[in-house]
Design a protein around this ligand. Sequence first.
Ligand code: ADP
Length: 219
Amino acid sequence: MIEAQGVSKMYSRGVYALRELTLRVDKGEFVFLTGPSGAGKSTLLRLLLRQDVPSDGKLVVGGRDLAQLTQRQVQAYRRSLGFVFQDFKLLPNKTVLENVSFVPRVLGMADSQQQRRTFQVLKWVGLQHRMNAFPLELSGGEQQRIAIARALVNDPIIILADEPTGNLDPDLSLEIMNLFREINARGTTVMVATHDRELIRRVGRRAVTLDHGHIVEVA
Ligand code: ADP
């Protein structure tokens, strides 16, 4: 599903955020990306989101070299992904329902289908009863569940998450990870960047450790 072949990313002359990274993630896998701050985790996620392209090497997702996509293909590619951020990135002046249904609406999904899918994912994260609330009326854990619902509404082939539990306490963090586990159990490929080794240990999945842009451990 994801194949990085000698991927390097240089931001400024001679300073590499990623250096000759080679990694393969199969369809349906759940992988953690870990390592200290500055290791290159967000850079890799940014390349996978096709917000940027490698300086060297090749990043292939679903058989396609991301650097070769046209602008139109980039848009279609991004729509096939779900992304979850540390700070949730919900629209504060929109209700939960509007935050989640926004995605299928933009994609031009028929109204009835939009609604059905939105209810379905909200129910799935256990927050259907809060659909008329505004994000700031919810707890941090609830806001992240809404953000996960939003990431799922479009049936992504891959879910990418950057420090999704960075703002949550350990119990809520595990709860959020259990949601990712369930998403993965349904066949979606999941990649989660986190520096939280204890959380990785508790979830017990493959972890790729980066340091200074290199893979230093795969466990
Ligand atoms: P992590 O997510 O593991 O904390 P990052 O991928 O954010 O690591 O950063 C890796 C390295 O790349 C760091 O040294 C960081 O300073 C540098 N870096 C990240 N983004 C940029 C950027 N847009 N411009 C210049 N340097 C950057």
